[in-house]
Design a protein around this ligand. Structure first.
Ligand code: CA
Length: 230
C-alpha cells in the first residue's frame, strides 16, 4: 500500500517537530516547512496526500498559500491551524480553499480524527504503517531493517518477528501466549522459557546500550514495548 505523505507548514519549530513525530507514530510520512515560501515550493514539488497549514507564517501567510495551492491542486485536503477561533476567521479559511480547521491549542487526537476523515474520503485506507518508530528506534516493515539512534541493528529472523510483534502492539500489555502465538505459532508450548530467552537476546541488541529502555517485563503477566512505563 502506498505511503500517505503529509506536509506540515508551521513556523513554530517545536509544534512542527511534535506534529511530525506524532504523525509518524500514527503511520504517516510527514515533512515540515517553516515558512510559507518553502511550504509553497514543497507542495509544488511533492505529491502530498494532505497539507496542514498554519495561518500566521513568514513570507507567505496561510490564507495566501492556500489560495496558491488551490490554483494547481483542487483536490488535496488542506487543514488549517488557527489561533483565531472566531467565525470570521474560519470562514476566511474556507473562502481561501481550506477544507477544515483546527483551533490552537488542539489535542492531537482531534487533528488525527480530522485527517482520517479526509483520507478515507479520498479513498485511501490508512496504511499498515510501513515504518514503525518508537523513541529513536525505527523498524522498516518491508526490508525488516532496524536502527536505534541511527545505528543499524542486525537481528535474526525470530528476533525480528518478536520485535515486530512488540512494535505493532506498542504501549500495550502482551501476554506470553499472545507473543508465542504470533512469533512461534499456536502449537508451541507456552510453558517453555524460549520467550524469555529471545526477549533477552532482543534486549541485548536494542536496549542494553540505549536509553530509554523499550522492552519491559510485567511480572505475572507478560511483556510490553514502550518508551514509557505502563
Ligand atoms: Ca505561526
Amino acid at each position: 500500500m502506498a505511503d500517505i505523505k503529509i506536509l506540515i507548514v508551521e513556523d513554530e519549530q517545536r509544534l512542527a517537530d511534535i506534529l511530525k513525530k506524532q504523525l509518524e507514530e500514527a503511520g504517516f510520512l510527514a515533512e515540515t516547512a517553516n515558512d510559507g515560501y518553502i511550504g509553497k515550493q514543497m507542495s509544488e514539488k511533492n505529491n502530498y496526500n494532505l497539507i496542514i497549514l498554519d495561518i500566521n507564517l513568514p513570507l507567505i501567510n496561510g490564507y495566501d498559500l492556500c489560495r496558491e495551492i488551490r490554483k494547481t491542486n483542487k483536490d488535496i485536503p488542506i487543514i488549517m491551524l488557527t489561533a483565531f477561533g472566531t467565525p470570521e476567521n474560519k470562514i476566511s479559511g474556507f473562502e481561501y480553499g481550506a477544507d477544515d480547521y483546527v483551533v490552537k491549542p488542539f489535542d492531537f487526537r482531534e487533528l488525527l480524527a480530522r485527517i482520517n476523515v479526509f483520507l478515507r474520503r479520498s479513498d485511501l485506507n490508512i496504511p499498515e504503517s510501513e515504518k514503525i518508530i518508537l523513541a529513536d528506534l525505527e523498524m522498516d516493515l518491508k526490508s525488516k531493517t532496524v536502527t536505534r539512534a541511527g545505528r543499524k541493528i542486525d537481528l535474526t529472523a525470530k528476533e525480528s518477528m518478536l520485535l515486530e510483534t512488540f512494535l505493532r502492539n506498542r504501549h500495550k500489555l502482551l501476554t506470553r501466549e499472545f507473543i508465542i502465538e504470533k512469533v512461534w505459532g499456536i502449537d508451541f508450548d507456552p510453558s517453555t522459557n524460549i520467550i524469555d530467552v529471545y526477549v533477552n537476546y532482543l534486549r541485548k541488541k536494542i536496549d542494553r546500550d540505549f536509553e530509554p529502555k523499550l522492552i519491559h517485563t510485567k511480572f505475572g503477566f507478560g511483556f510490553y514495548c514502550s518508551d514509557k512505563e505502563i
